[in-house]
Design a protein around this ligand. Structure first.
Ligand code: ASP
Length: 594
């Protein structure tokens, strides 16, 4: 080893030892007779000290070193006169006897410290420098720990990790596939997996019983903030289980991770049907750290002459505790907020429950004190509270009210980052109708089994059929989801037909799976978790990018290696591809420049 110790481990009782450290020069300070350098590695920082009087030559050498130089230093551990209680090594410093420059460094494009002056793009371009920063390094350490503890727990539950292929077959269901052209099979393409779904089911047919994999998945979806075209799942599948067995097993995983990674005990899981989640929270991933459930007041407020309510399918609201003191300005701002296109409400009705027991509302023209009193009662409102009410088409009203609830939760500091509310949302609809294409889509995926009691409705009323599917939601974030699967051919065929596949299309795309079901497929079910997202949740961040070593930017580009990028014409030819249009010009131009 080039070193005897790392930069994070020396303490006061090491005083007097001669040590060799290696690391990067984070910062140096000249104080006349003394020069100090902070030497950094993955483990921490250690202060190096140089005394002009003791060794002027060495001190001058130290002063000539630039930021991020890679150094090896030999020296003696000494007690610091000026201790720094904020640093684990803050009691000591190294009186350096010898410096060896292992490598020079150009001045870095941004300061490699917690308070950095580098913007997002710059730090992405030089991600290897960003990784030297404490917070990024800590995030990657957290990710490692999460993966390690996941493996430990699942191994302890008899799961085995099996790798599934990355070059697979394109299917039109779900998101768009990334495809890879085949050189040896002209005109044919592989696809990168959106998830190992069919393979894990085939592993169950293969008798593997319990499978997991921490695995890269790829989805060519439209760009959105904090969406990565490649991301990681904890993918799992089990045989001979009911829904409750699956939920219990993975509550166990969550509890294990909370304990081992966050040091939090006593995590409990609620369960909520999709129906209730939508009805009381307006979303299938409710943040249940706080209440503020929706109250529907159609009975109390419709047909009283206020047109907006009379024409509404749903009139519902939330009660914001202690907000009756909101000023007109604040209420106007809130109204503007719900009317933004992203939220999409037409307007906002408020009722202030005054401290003196009277009410002041934006609809006083239509409703008297007694009527407003019945509303307040329905909401369980106390004097000092504020009712916020939206009305309109059921689904859009619920969605908008759900957003408003989250916003009010934020304003009232009810979304405590130290608190974790975990639940399973169950009984999703199996199918979703799409107006545009005039067909049903599987809400989860086509391999999800309907709830047993509802199977007969597949023919008569497919929209009503519930799925034996579940999502794990923590603090309003969908951490994972899964289902009990279809495992017999006739039901799978029926499902494809409901989804509008001809028998031939179904056979072409999923024949391998339906064939496998004819050779003794066990009942099975499973789940997959968004690993990056779970890391972000535990790290207290909303950005999964922070937990990925080399992420893509919001435009789906890797700005460090500059990808995607054109390929040269020979490569294209070999792949039997011809590019037409704008991209071809770009590729051609680059080719000429070379
Ligand atoms: N493969 C599914 C997904 O990626 C999860 C599952 O059903 O296990 O969403």
């Amino acid at each position: 080893m080039l070193r005897t110790h790392n930069c994070g481990e020396l303490r006061i009782n090491d005083t007097g030892k001669e040590v060799v450290l290696c690391g990067w020069l984070q910062k140096s300070r000249d104080l006349g007779g003394m020069t100090f350098i902070d030497l950094r590695d993955r483990y921490g920082l250690t202060q190096l000290a140089f005394n002009m009087e003791a060794d002027a030559g060495l001190c001058k050498q130290a002063r000539s070193l630039g930021r991020e130089y890679v150094l090896q230093v030999r020296g003696k551990v000494a007690e610091r006169s000026n201790k720094n209680p904020k640093m684990p090594t803050g009691d000591i410093e190294i009186i350096v006897l010898e410096i060896n420059i292992l490598n020079k460094a150009q001045t870095p494009p941004f300061t490699i410290e917690e308070e950095t002056d580098g913007g997002d793009e710059l730090r992405m371009k030089y991600r290897y420098l960003d990784i030297r920063r404490d917070s990024v390094r800590r995030n990657l350490e957290l990710r490692h720990k999460m993966a390690l503890e996941t493996r430990k727990y699942l191994h302890g539950q008899d799961f085995i990790e099996v790798e599934t292929p990355v070059l697979i077959k394109s299917t039109p269901e779900g998101a768009r596939d990334f495809v890879v052209p085949s050189r040896v099979h002209p005109g044919e393409f592989y696809a990168l997996p959106q998830s190992p779904q069919t393979f894990k089911q085939l592993l169950m047919v293969g008798g593997m019983d319990r499978y997991f994999q921490i695995v890269k998945c790829f989805r060519d979806e439209d760009l959105r903030a904090d969406r990565q075209p490649e991301f990681t799942q904890i993918d799992c599948e089990m045989s001979f289980v009911t829904r409750d067995d699956v939920l219990k097993t993975f509550e166990g995983l969550a509890r294990h991770l909370f304990r081992e990674v966050k040091g939090i005990e006593g995590i409990v899981f609620d369960r909520m049907s999709y129906h209730d989640a939508m009805r009381y929270y307006g979303t299938d991933k409710p943040d249940t750290r706080f209440g503020m459930q929706f109250v529907e007041i159609n009975d109390l407020a419709a047909n009283k002459g206020f047109r907006v309510f009379d024409n509404a399918e749903l009139i519902a609201g939330i009660c914001a505790k202690g907000c009756a003191s909101y000023s007109r300005k604040q209420l106007n701002a809130l109204t503007d907020w719900v009317q933004r296109p992203q939220i999409g409400a037409k307007g906002l009705v408020y009722v202030k429950c005054n401290e003196d027991g009277s009410f002041k509302s934006s609809v006083d023209k239509f409703f008297d004190q007694q009527q407003l009193g019945t509303w307040a009662e329905a909401f369980g409102a106390k004097p000092g509270d504020l009712l916020l009410i939206l009305a309109g088409e059921t689904h859009t009203t619920r969605r908008a009210l759900g957003e408003l609830r989250i916003e009010m939760g934020k304003r009232l500091n009810l979304r405590d980052p130290e608190k974790f509310a975990c639940l399973w949302v169950t009984d999703f609809p199996l199918l979703e109708w799409d107006e545009e294409t005039g067909r049903y889509y599987a809400m989860h995926h086509p391999f999800t089994s309907p709830v047993k009691e509802d199977v007969s409705m597949l023919e008569t009323d497919p929209g009503k059929v519930r799925a034996n599917a579940y999502d794990m939601v923590i603090n309003g974030v969908e951490i994972g989801g899964g289902s009990i699967r279809i495992f017999d051919r006739p039901l799978q065929e029926k499902m494809f037909s409901v989804l509008g596949f001809t028998p031939e299309e179904a056979r072409n795309q999923f024949g391998f799976l339906m064939n496998a079901f004819q050779y003794g497929a066990p009942p099975h079910g499973g789940v997959a978790f968004g690993f990056d997202r779970w890391c972000a949740l535990f790290g207290g961040s909303e950005t999964i990018r922070d937990y990925i070593a080399f992420p893509k930017n919001n435009a789906g580009r890797d700005v460090m290696i500059d990808s995607p990028s054109p390929i040269d014409s020979n490569q294209l030819k070999e792949l039997h591809l011809r590019i037409t249009g704008v991209k071809a010009d770009k590729a051609g131009k680059q080719e000429q420049e070379r």
